[in-house]
Ligand binder design. Structure first.
Ligand SMILES: [Zn+2]
Length: 503
């Protein structure tokens, strides 16, 4: 807790009492009087899909569609607007919200857009629908076997019906975005300013293909990224594939299990049954971890289901034995379905869990089994495991304040209460979205707290979250966001804002 801070050349140089900081005015600091309002470190979002979110603004959004007909109309309109040669791409449908609670099919998409490839992505980003042109472009026919860790949906006659699950959607996802990626630089500036409006000042893009890594280099060279963005690399064949050909970079991303169909182990009818997609066996995953560490990289393991998290924990344990230097070089993201035993194992391994209170905000949800804990934020902290927060945007809500509100109240945006005994305090939630997030991201030397030497990244809030009782957090607002001592939000009218020192 402090009264004032000073920034010079983009970095914090003093944090302390008002009198100490005012003394610095003699060195011609500009004084900004916040009239007693609350300043916190800029939010850090270590699992975000910035590139997808930025490019999403170019694609048709069918979030909220309640019928297949509405999606068809949107696709037909998108086909009229999309430049020649590019795929028609739309995103955000939720089959459970559609009349009949069914997925659209290849035939539905063909009826709307017969003459060019269409790819429609489910809101989860882990399944989608392709039309006939798109299936042909991907070489998917009735003779194509399901890939390991994926499924090609088929009708009763065995013909692909357009639905593609997990690894089966890799090719369609990649091809559908290729032509659009050239516009990344154009959309990245606006997207990063949008993040700043939510108080986010540093993120990690949790799945960057080699092609997108080149676009990021272009965006950086053009000065289009207003906030700090680091990349976790995946291979060129898609998010869920083995990242053997990932671009160089500090972080590698491995998908251990699926998303919507994550790897679960559940008791049912007196038996233990497994479901979902597991992309790696323990040995294969351990070998990939060891190879990544020996290559000097850190690894993000995506693991959602309890079987996925257990496989990750098994592999990490094996890999630590072979390469002790791997400690501090791996983390587990999502870890949505846990058991007390798994939490204890992850604590003993010392790995960060990067969880998403944003999903709690979006949908709430209850565990499918009394033995399974769903997003057990309080239990994880009580066990002494390391837990940071993130959004997984655009899969989850972007605003950190929405996530913090959900983590503290355990209420979704529609008011659904989920396991209230797993509520945590505002201070714990704030820490998880700032300093803990920076630590999980390996960025803590630069960002995550207001300390001399760190970057001048901070946020002015309408009230102090530590003094807000539960529901009052919902009305908390980001008033200003500063990055490297420069105010990004709200943008100064007319000026781009020199790198102004601040006291
Ligand atoms: Zn993600």
């Amino acid at each position: 807790m402090a009264q004032a801070l000073a920034v010079r050349d983009g970095r914090i140089v003093e944090v302390g009492g008002t009198d100490e900081i005012l003394w610095l005015r003699e060195r011609e600091y500009e004084l900004v009087d916040l009239a007693g309002r609350c300043v916190i470190p800029g939010f850090v979002d270590p699992h975000n899909h910035f590139s997808i979110g930025a490019l999403d603004t170019l694609w048709t959004d069918v979030t909220g569609a309640t019928s297949v007909e509405a999606i068809q109309r949107a696709l037909a309109g998108a086909a009229r607007r999309a430049p020649a040669g590019l795929w028609v791409r739309a995103r955000g449908y939720d089959h459970a919200a559609l009349a009949g609670r069914r997925h659209p099919t290849r035939a539905d998409l063909d009826a709307a857009v017969p003459e060019r490839p269409v790819f429609l992505l489910h809101y989860s980003h882990h399944q989608g629908v392709a039309n006939s042109q798109a299936l042909a472009a991907c070489g998917i026919t009735r003779a194509t076997p399901d890939p390991r860790g994926g499924e090609i949906g088929r009708d009763k006659a065995g013909e692909p019906n357009g639905l593609l699950f997990e690894r089966a959607l890799s090719t369609a996802e990649r091809k559908s975005r290729e032509g659009w990626e050239a516009r990344f630089v154009e959309v990245a500036r606006a997207a990063s300013l949008g993040y700043a409006a939510h108080g986010i000042t540093a993120i990690q893009d949790a799945a960057v293909t080699p092609a997108m890594a080149r676009r990021y280099a272009d965006a950086r060279a053009a000065g289009a990224l207003a906030i700090r963005v680091e990349e976790a690399m995946v291979g060129e064949h898609g998010w869920f594939e083995r990242p053997d050909d990932a671009a160089p970079g500090a972080w590698l991303k491995l998908f251990v299990d699926g998303g919507y169909r994550c790897a679960m182990r559940l008791p049912r009818d007196g038996h233990v049954r497994t479901s979902g997609f597991l992309f790696y066996e323990r040995e294969e995953l351990a070998a990939l971890l060891v190879a990544a560490w020996r290559g000097g990289r850190r690894v993000v393991c995506h693991a959602i289901g309890n079987l996925g998290v257990e496989t990750a924990a098994d592999a990490i344990e094996d890999a630590f034995r072979r390469e002790p230097a791997g400690r501090e070089r791996v983390r587990v993201d999502h870890a949505m379905f846990l058991t007390r035993e798994l939490i204890a194992r992850l604590r003993d391994l010392g790995v960060w869990l990067v969880a998403q209170p944003s999903f709690l905000h979006d949908a709430g949800g209850v565990s499918p089994s009394p033995d399974l804990l769903l997003r057990p934020f309080a239990s994880v902290l009580a066990a002494g495991a390391r837990q940071a927060f993130s959004s997984d945007y655009p899969c989850g809500a972007l605003a950190p304040l929405a996530g913090i509100h959900a983590a503290v109240t355990r209420r979704s945006r529609t008011g659904v209460l989920a396991d209230p005994h797993e509520a945590i305090t505002p201070a714990q939630a704030l820490l998880a979205y700032t300093l803990d997030a920076a630590q999980a991201a390996g960025m803590a030397a630069e960002v995550g707290s207001l300390e001399a030497g760190k970057r001048g990244d901070f946020v002015v809030l309408s009230a102090n979250p530590l003094e807000c009782a539960g529901e009052a957090l919902a009305s908390l607002e980001v008033l200003e966001t500063w990055v490297g001592g420069e105010r990004l939000h709200p943008a100064a009218s007319g000026t781009k804002g020199a790198n102004r020192p601040l006291a």
